[in-house]
Design a protein. Structure first.
Length: 372
C-alpha cells in the first residue's frame, strides 16, 4: 500500500502548477442531482470518471432536496467502485480525497462530505474541501491545457451566474452576478411554462432551433446602452423580469389558442434574450479588464447558442475556452482538478469539516468597479 503524500508547507502560488505528476486525487461531487466520482492523476490524466444523474426529479419538474440526498446515499458506493474499476486501481492507491463541500443542497452535500471524510480518515489520507463554482472554473483545463488564467470567466449554472476576472488560479475578482434567478433556473422555469421536461435547458435549446426569436422579442433586463462601468448594474444580470415577460406572453397565447404553434418561437425569443444579455455583459468585462480570453463554465455553458455567439462577438483576436458537455455539468473530474490545485497549495480540510450550502468562494475579492 502506497503511503499518503506529505502535506508540506504552503508554497507561494504562482498561478501555474508544476510537478506533482503522480498525485492521485479522487474527486467526489454530490451537490445537487448528479452523483459523480473521478480519479485524476497529476492534475491532468483522467483515469476513471462516472456521472450518475437522478431522473426522479423529472416527475416534480425540479430537484426535490430530500429525494436528491437519498438517491446520493443509495449509489455513492457504487459510483466510486465503478470509477476505481475503470482506473484499475484500489481505494488505498488514492493519495488525496477531494469533495464538494458547498454551495449546494445541504442534504446532498452531506452525503459526499461524510463519505470522503470517512475514506480519508480510514486510509490516513489528506482531505480537500472544494468549492463547487471554483471546480467549474477548472473544468475546461482538463481538456485544453491552454485554459489557464488570466481570463474572464462566465459561470452559469442552475443556481449561480457569476462574472469573474481570474488573474491566477486562486486569485479572482467578482465583477458581476445575478440579482435574482440564475440563468439555469430561468431556463427551468420557462421550460415549465412551455410544458417541457426537467431539466429545462437542453429542451428549450432544442425547441428554439425551430423558432424565430424576432417573432416574440423579449426584454434584456439590466442591459442598457447608457450604462457605465461605475453603475452598480453594469456587470450584474437579472432574469426574473424576463421570466415574467415570458409568462405574460405565454398566457396571452394560451387565451388566443395559439400557444402550441408558437412554442418554438417563444423558446427562441427567451434564449435569444438570455444569450444576448450574458454575452453583452461578458464583453463589457473583456473591455474593462483588457483580457480577451473568456472561459465558460457551469451547466448552461453547454448551450451551443451561447458558445457560438460568444465566439462570434469576441472575434478572431480573442479566445473562448469551454468544456465538452460531459464536463460542463456537475462532475467529479472538475472536483478532482480543483482539489489537486488546493492540495498542492496546502489547503487541507480540518477533521471537523462539514457541508456548507453557502460556502464562500475561496480567493474571491469583492473590490467594486472602482477598485477592480
Amino acid at each position: 500500500m502506497r503511503g499518503p503524500v506529505a502535506h508540506g508547507a504552503r508554497r507561494q502560488d504562482t498561478g501555474k502548477e508544476s510537478g506533482q505528476a503522480e498525485t492521485m486525487v479522487l474527486g467526489l461531487e454530490t451537490s445537487c442531482d448528479e452523483t459523480s466520482a473521478a480519479l485524476l492523476k497529476g492534475g491532468r490524466e483522467l483515469l476513471g470518471h462516472v456521472i450518475l444523474s437522478q431522473d426522479v426529479h423529472e416527475i416534480w419538474g425540479g430537484v426535490v432536496p430530500e429525494l436528491a440526498a437519498r438517491a446520493h446515499l443509495a449509489v455513492v458506493d457504487d459510483v466510486v467502485r465503478e470509477t476505481l474499476a475503470q482506473a484499475e486501481l484500489s481505494l488505498d492507491q488514492v493519495d488525496v480525497f477531494g469533495v464538494t463541500a458547498g454551495p449546494g443542497l445541504i442534504g446532498a452535500l452531506l452525503v459526499g462530505v461524510s463519505w470522503a471524510k470517512g475514506a480519508a480518515f480510514a486510509l490516513d489520507r489528506p482531505l480537500v474541501a472544494v468549492h463547487h463554482m471554483e471546480a467549474h472554473l477548472f473544468a475546461p483545463s482538463l481538456e485544453d491545457p491552454g485554459a489557464e488564467p488570466p481570463f474572464v470567466a462566465l459561470l452559469v449554472s442552475g443556481g449561480h451566474t457569476l462574472l469573474i476576472h481570474a488573474e491566477a488560479w486562486g486569485h479572482y475578482r467578482l465583477l458581476g452576478q445575478t440579482r435574482d434567478d440564475a440563468a439555469g433556473e430561468a431556463y427551468d422555469k420557462v421550460a415549465k411554462l412551455l410544458d417541457l421536461p426537467y431539466p429545462g435547458g437542453p429542451h428549450v435549446e432544442r425547441l428554439s432551433r425551430d423558432g424565430d426569436p424576432a417573432r416574440h422579442r423579449m426584454p434584456r433586463p439590466m442591459l442598457r446602452g447608457n450604462q457605465l462601468p461605475g453603475d452598480p448594474d453594469f456587470f450584474d444580470v437579472s432574469f426574473s423580469g424576463l421570466k415574467t415577460a415570458v409568462a405574460t406572453r405565454v398566457a396571452q397565447l394560451q387565451e388566443e389558442g395559439t400557444l402550441a404553434e408558437e412554442r418554438p418561437h417563444m423558446a427562441a425569443a427567451f434564449q435569444d434574450a438570455v444569450v444576448d444579455t450574458l454575452v453583452s455583459k461578458t464583453l463589457r468585462a473583456v473591455e474593462f479588464t483588457g483580457c480577451d480570453r473568456v472561459l465558460l463554465g457551469g451547466g448552461v455553458s453547454a448551450n451551443r447558442s451561447l458558445r457560438e455567439e460568444m465566439a462570434r462577438r469576441l472575434g478572431s483576436g480573442g479566445k473562448v475556452f469551454v468544456s465538452s458537455p460531459r464536463l460542463a455539468v456537475d462532475n467529479g473530474a472538475m472536483v478532482a482538478r480543483a482539489a489537486h490545485f488546493r492540495f498542492h497549495r496546502g489547503d487541507m480540510a480540518a477533521p471537523e469539516l462539514t457541508a456548507d450550502s453557502a460556502l464562500a468562494f475561496p480567493g474571491l475579492a469583492f473590490p467594486g468597479i472602482e477598485g477592480a
